[in-house]
Design a protein around this ligand. Structure first.
Ligand SMILES: [Zn+2]
Length: 216
């Protein structure tokens, strides 16, 4: 299983690759491509949110406690009186809810390398990336989704293979991790598995069925 530094390197590489593609091929502007890079890099660390002890992941949680409310700020602000008081309350409450309440729930509900190290969680992360960027249009949202998905997939790959050796001196053969595979479609917990598949289905309907989208 790969460590934090390896995962960080893998996710930065994956995020940078998709961002470069988005900038040069899909003609996204520099700000959009930079945001794609950031979410892709974070995506590559997401599966280890269930490792509740390490410092880097406490830092990651603090980061998403600021990023998520920032994404929804314009929408929330349009329902408010647009005062300084609202901004203070909005960001403080969001930060506390995500960094403490949500973190505590995830800590209680997950086991390390359970459902968060699986193909369905990777799909779900990609969908969340899409939803985060939906206000910027479907094109940007798709690329954001792919960026998060690729980062997550890179994480699983790095966890799955401990390294490689050269067979016959020149053919690289990947060495599988001794632990259970992370390329799985379910976890030991039936509830966690059902929950993730259910959310995937709901988001899928939100994205592809306009009539369902209007009801939400
Ligand atoms: Zn991991």
């Amino acid at each position: 299983m790969a460590g934090f530094k390896t995962h960080l390197m893998g996710s930065v590489l994956s995020g940078a690759g998709i961002a470069l593609l988005a900038y040069f091929d899909k003609k996204l502007n520099l700000t959009q491509a930079s945001a794609i890079f950031i979410v892709g890099s974070i995506g590559g660390l997401l599966p280890d949110l269930d490792s509740d002890t390490s410092k880097p992941f406490a830092l990651l949680f603090q980061l998403i406690s600021v990023l998520i409310p920032s994404v929804f700020f314009l929408k929330a602000n349009s329902y408010s009186d647009r005062s300084s008081e609202f901004i203070i309350i909005y960001f403080t409450v969001s930060y506390l809810l995500i960094n403490y309440t949500l973190r505590h729930i995830i800590k209680r509900m997950t086991i390390h390398r359970g459902i968060m190290h699986s193909i369905p969680f990777t799909v779900l992360s990609g969908q969340l990336g899409y939803l985060l960027f939906i206000s910027s249009g479907a094109n940007v949202a798709y690329i954001a989704g792919i960026s998060v998905f690729s980062g997550c997939l890179m994480h699983l790959l790095l966890d799955e293979f401990e390294g490689f050796k050269l067979k016959g001196g020149f053919i690289p053969v990947f060495k599988r991790s001794k632990n259970a595979t992370v390329f799985k479609l379910s976890s030991q917990s039936a509830i966690a598995t059902f929950f993730v598949y259910f959310i995937i289905l709901v988001i899928f309907m939100m994205i592809y069925l306009p009539s369902f989208k209007q009801k939400i």
